[in-house]
Ligand binder design. Structure first.
Ligand SMILES: NC(=O)c1ccc[n+]([C@@H]2O[C@H](COP(=O)([O-])OP(=O)(O)OC[C@H]3O[C@@H](n4cnc5c(N)ncnc54)[C@H](OP(=O)(O)O)[C@@H]3O)[C@@H](O)[C@H]2O)c1
Length: 323
């Protein structure tokens, strides 16, 4: 098994194979998390306009760079074009806003957050209750993303939550190919066909919710919604067995499994001990029998947590998942 601490991207660039996720991490939490992550050796941070924490992330990055503990070129920062900016005339404005918040001249990767555009709102995101979708032209938006590479505002561009048909369409018209696809991916939702398609097309796959997003119900509660019955990936008995065998934690087994498939992982944590645990995954290997046992845990669509199952989304022609 190739041990990859960095994944190769087109054009010779490299993406650290473990990054820190920051969804649902507020400004105070992100400060603690980022400091702990940088101390531990993380260099890859995943954020988004919609996470409302870019400014706090920018402050921490700025402190580390100005005190010469880190150089900008050591970092890999990803942010994303939100769904309310899914229009060719909004791409430049939104990447500039993110750069200003992050106090950066460029990001390493700029992603289209999802394939469906929603009605324009200046701040934050439309709420689930009042969501209005709009017609979404991926090709026109992609051209604008390419212009951001030309202008030096991002080193690479990519997609998130797109399906094979949608990626293929972008690939066919692209002057600068998508170099990354960020999707929900873990041992219960392995997305094998999608991963194969991306890897055959030199698109780095980044797994979000690699631990099954165990904090998802906390997020629903915070936003006034009912909890859902979620798959408990983290405590699956096959994972517990592998963890006991390798003297590692359940989370480390889940992350290592994806890394051995050349998939980048971006586990989120605000807990310094877990942040450390989640990157300490390069000193052991899962053997063929372990990998087979974990392969067999595939549930498929039933395990999808971020399913976009809002009526207005499901009626949109670019709804990306099987209905
Ligand atoms: N592109 C997209 O549409 C999209 C969607 C969702 C997520 N993402 C990105 O992917 C990142 C990861 O996804 P996620 O946050 O949904 O899920 P996740 O990383 O699978 O799980 C995060 C949850 O697991 C807990 N956790 C972290 N490490 C742990 C460990 N070692 N042991 C036990 N529990 C642990 C965290 O709690 P504590 O914080 O308390 O440790 C948090 O509740 C996000 O933060 C975001 O950056 C992208």
């Amino acid at each position: 098994m190739a041990e990859k601490i960095f994944m190769d991207m087109p054009g010779g660039r490299k993406m650290p194979a473990v990054g820190l996720g920051t969804w649902t991490t507020d400004e105070k939490e992100v400060e603690t998390a980022l400091n702990a992550a940088f101390e531990t050796g993380y260099r890859h941070i995943d954020t988004a306009f919609l996470y409302k924490n870019e400014a706090a992330i920018g402050r921490v990055i700025n402190e580390w760079i100005s005190s010469k503990k880190l150089k900008r070129e050591d970092l890999f920062i990803t942010t994303k074009l939100p769904m309310q900016a899914m229009h060719k005339d909004r791409v430049e404005k939104f990447i500039k806003t993110s750069l200003e918040s992050l106090q950066l001249d460029y990001v390493d990767l700029y992603l289209i957050h999802g394939p469906i555009g929603t009605k324009y709102v200046e701040e934050g995101a439309p709420t689930t209750a009042n969501i209005e979708t709009v017609e979404t032209d991926h090709i026109a938006i992609w051209k604008k993303l390419e212009e951001q590479v030309d202008a030096g505002r991002t080193k690479a561009i990519g997609l998130s939550n797109f399906n094979i048909r949608q990626i293929d369409r972008v690939l066919k018209s692209a002057r600068i190919k998508p170099s990354c696809l960020q999707v929900e991916l873990n041992v219960y939702l392995q997305q094998r066909e999608l991963v194969k398609f991306c890897q055959q097309n030199d698109i780095v796959v980044v797994a979000y919710a690699p631990l099954g997003s165990p904090g998802f119900n906390e997020f629903l509660a915070k936003t006034g919604r009912e909890p859902r019955k979620l798959p408990d990936v983290l405590n699956d008995k096959t994972i517990v067995k592998a963890a006991t065998k390798h003297k590692k934690t359940n989370a480390q087994i889940l992350l290592r499994y994806l890394l051995q498939k050349n998939i980048v992982v971006i586990p989120k944590s605000i807990n310094p001990a877990r942040i450390k645990e989640n990157i300490n995954v390069f000193d052991f290997s899962l053997d063929a029998a372990d990998m087979k046992a974990l392969d067999d845990l595939e549930v498929g669509e039933g395990a999808r947590v971020f399913d976009l199952r809002v009526p207005k989304f499901m009626d949109h022609p670019e709804f990306p998942f099987p209905k």
